[in-house]
Design a protein around this ligand. Structure first.
Ligand SMILES: Nc1ncnc2c1ncn2[C@@H]1O[C@H](COP(=O)(O)OP(=O)(O)OP(=O)(O)O)[C@@H](O)[C@H]1O
Ligand SMILES: [Mg+2]
Length: 259
């Protein structure tokens, strides 16, 4: 009975023994990980360790080979290839998941405001004026109220990334995934984006999973941190502990190398 109750504890994402390979290459080798609603998880680790692949499984940009994956109370099936356009399963689930990439991919021929308002209008059928009003508020939230009518090419990299975050928020996702959102930015622009992420993290309105090399954000903004190397989670725990007192020799070596 107790066991059954524990099984039903709410999770945003639950990986159990998840494996993924690309040809001969085993990229994920048995991932077990639970992320709770409203939790902020920082995903750290060396290049090629499988961080992006792990994120991409959550919104169906990749399909695992084995193990089970639960996303927002939905069991994710093993096939078909995830990103099939129009696939009803992923279309429904993806509406609830936002993704912010390293490269911001704004629509170049839409203003900042319309970049944010577009999906709610097109995908959700929101009334355009209402969507634009919300978009304005979201731009204000990311510190860009004055740039609503700017074109992407008129914005700095950091500003474009903040528009991309506002655009993801416009769909009111329950899970927001970030894949190295600041690694294409210089330190000053990174700082602006990190401020926005800290604000989002502090609100705990939604689940955040953040792949990042920004250890300051990970330590202070995240609830937990996981260290992923060669397709395995070597260490996961409270962010301050993992970052300040890593237990695993490989984790320590990684932090020493990059800091
Ligand atoms: N579509 C693909 N086809 C073949 N191999 C791939 C593919 N995507 C990723 N890989 C390989 O899988 C491994 C894990 O890649 P992944 O992008 O998940 O790593 P990562 O931890 O995000 O690295 P980085 O920090 O450099 O972004 C790498 O060896 C990569 O080359
Ligand atoms: Mg990556």
């Amino acid at each position: 009975m107790l066991y059954a109750m524990a099984e039903e504890a709410p999770v945003s994402v639950a990986f159990r023994g998840v494996t993924k390979r690309f040809g001969e290459l085993e990229v994920l080798r048995g991932i077990d990980l639970d992320v709770r609603p409203g939790e902020v998880l920082a995903l750290l680790g060396p290049s090629g360790g499988g961080k992006s692949t792990l994120l991409r499984l959550i919104n169906g940009l990749e399909v695992r080979d084995g193990g089970s994956l639960r996303v927002l109370d939905t069991d994710v099936p093993l096939g078909p290839p995830a990103a099939t356009p129009g696939d009803p399963f992923w279309t429904a689930l993806r509406r609830r998941i936002g993704f912010v990439f390293q490269a911001f991919h704004l629509y170049p021929h839409k203003t900042a405001l319309d970049n944010v308002a577009l999906a709610p209008i097109r995908v959700e059928g929101e009334e355009p004026e209402a969507a634009r009003t919300r978009a304005r508020a979201l731009l204000e939230r990311v510190g860009l109220a004055s740039k609503a009518d700017a074109w992407p090419r008129q914005l700095s990299g950091g500003q474009q990334q903040r528009v991309a975050i506002a655009r993801a928020l416009a769909m009111e996702p329950e899970i927001l995934l970030f894949d190295e959102p600041t690694s294409a930015l210089d330190p000053e622009m990174s700082a602006e984006v990190i401020d926005v992420m800290r604000d989002l993290a502090a609100q705990h309105e939604r689940t955040l999973i953040v792949v990042t090399h920004e250890f300051g954000f990970a330590r202070e903004g995240a609830d937990r941190a996981a260290f992923l190397e060669h397709g395995r989670i070597l260490e996961v725990g409270p962010a301050s502990e993992v970052l300040e007192r890593p237990q695993h020799e490989r984790t320590r070596a990684f932090f020493e190398r990059v800091l």
